[in-house]
Design a protein around this ligand. Structure first.
Ligand SMILES: [Zn+2]
Length: 100
């Protein structure tokens, strides 16, 4: 972890997306109680048991969904906010490799 959890939260992962009625129920840094395989929305990697990561729960169209971002990606999100885009580009490249 290169940045603080408060800094992680400054990034809005869905800025410019949706915007048609979804409601954020929870958005916070949590400790994984179990491994979430392939769960990180940014890199497509695992969130390991015990890992501090971001979990954002939204209600949309009668469904409740939780989106997770691993710690490495949360660091990259904040780098991007500060004008350093390279770490996030690297994480997104990982996603293409993980999901392919
Ligand atoms: Zn990730």
């Amino acid at each position: 972890m290169r940045h603080t959890e408060a800094d992680w939260m400054r990034f809005n992962p869905f800025e410019g997306d949706f915007g048609d009625g979804e409601k954020v129920l929870a958005d916070k840094i949590v400790t994984a109680a179990k491994t979430h395989a392939g769960a990180c929305l940014t890199c497509g990697g695992h969130v390991a048991v015990g890992e501090r990561h971001r979990a954002r729960t939204e209600a949309y169209n009668g469904r409740v969904m939780t989106f997770r971002f691993c710690g490495e990606c949360c660091d990259a999100h904040y780098d991007w906010l500060r004008g350093n885009e390279l770490p996030l580009e690297e994480r997104i490249r990982l996603r293409k490799a993980n999901v392919a």
